[in-house]
Design a protein around this ligand. Structure first.
Ligand SMILES: [Zn+2]
Length: 363
């Protein structure tokens, strides 16, 4: 028998209009001044101004750092950290999708522990909890608003560093679907496919537990039911809300069961070519699951059933093709990239990889 731990923020607000509840909760913490970590498009859309006004009406003082890139870098973290220290902020609010959340985690972690973000690459490298972090989410995909994962691109090495640290878990996560209505269809599709990949990789992980299994399968079912609707009509609040729940459930699964080769390769592909994370995952997902099916056919069949696939259809296709076929047909829009050829990927620019050791659980 092995023991397991389950990580999740202590408080998680969900549902249309919950941003107002979040403002009250933030006020109750009694902190002095927040650094809001976000990106320029959200400033231009007026969302950052609206959140600042709401917080000001609750007596919460804020300052904005909007220098987060789509794949946040070590420089983004250093720049935000300087602004936090220069202005004597005592807590951090991330506002946006995975990139602002990850950058904010980096800033808050280094603010409390010193050094640079590179010092914390790997598992639980920090000594102290980060500065308090409230994560307000505007996408349905990465689940970074509730995980202990922080992915930062090291520009010098062209790699994405994975910082997996219990101290990066936010104290409060906020998923208000009303903040997700303006998300374009391409981003909705990419982040939704990221969430699906989280659920699939967590379910076939060697450290999956009955708790993470339940979260993963429910996430797969919700994504199968609602992602296409959210892509087709971004103002469908119910679809946005169901996708918010789905990506949160997928986050609960992978935050504790971890991920697999899709993410291992997608992070390097995205870091090297600066490509959207969800797109990299979607392109790689069918290939890796076709490989995994050699040892995890039963688990992949569970996922197919959660997607609404008829068991007979799953059983009668050739086994290796089966997993590929199911995941290759997931992208919710015909404009979605379907292969490395459409991502300007050049295999020869990568050095040869060492032999792989299986991290997929056998049935
Ligand atoms: Zn991901």
């Amino acid at each position: 028998m092995t023991t397991t731990a389950f990580f999740i923020p202590p408080v998680n607000l969900m549902g249309a209009g919950c941003l107002r509840d979040a403002a009250k909760a933030i006020q109750s913490y009694g902190f002095r001044k927040a650094l809001i970590v976000t990106d320029l498009p959200l400033v231009r859309l007026g969302l950052v101004g609206n959140v600042r006004d709401l917080l000001a009406s609750h007596g919460v003082d804020t300052l904005v750092f909007h220098g987060v890139q789509p794949n946040p870098t070590t420089k983004n973290v250093a720049d935000g950290l300087k602004q936090l220290r220069d202005n004597d902020c005592d807590f951090v609010i991330s506002l946006g999708g995975g990139s602002p959340h990850d950058c904010a985690k980096g800033i808050a972690l280094v603010a409390a522990n010193g050094g640079t973000i590179k010092d914390y690459e790997g598992l639980d490298q920090s000594a102290k909890p980060q500065l308090p972090l409230v994560a307000i989410n505007t996408t349905a995909g990465t689940a970074s608003e509730m995980t202990r994962f922080c992915i930062i691109t090291d520009e010098a090495r062209h790699v994405k560093m994975a910082i997996v640290d219990k101290h990066t878990t936010p104290i409060l996560s906020v998923n208000d679907p009303e903040l997700m209505l303006l998300k374009p269809a391409s981003l909705t599709a990419a982040t939704g496919m990221d969430a699906l990949t989280h659920a699939v990789e967590a379910y076939v992980s060697t450290i999956a537990t009955p708790i993470t299994d339940a979260c993963a399968l429910k996430a797969v079912a919700l994504i199968s039911q609602w992602l296409r609707k959210a892509v087709a009509d971004g103002r469908n609040v119910e679809a946005r809300e169901q996708m918010a729940y789905a990506q949160f459930l997928a986050g609960m699964a992978f935050n504790n069961a971890s991920l697999g080769y899709v993410h291992a390769m997608a992070h390097q592909l995205g870091g090297f070519y600066d490509l959207p994370h969800g797109v990299c995952n979607a392109v790689l997902l069918p290939h890796v699951q076709a490989y995994n099916k050699q040892v995890a056919a039963g688990r992949l069949a569970d996922i197919a059933r959660a997607m609404g696939e008829k068991p007979m259809a799953w059983a009668t296709r050739p086994p290796r093709i089966c997993a590929y076929w199911r995941f290759a047909n997931c992208p919710p829009t015909s404009a979605f990239p379907t292969g490395c050829h459409s991502l300007a990927f050049r295999p020869r620019t990568f050095p040869p990889w060492p032999p792989m050791r299986s991290r997929t659980r056998a049935d």
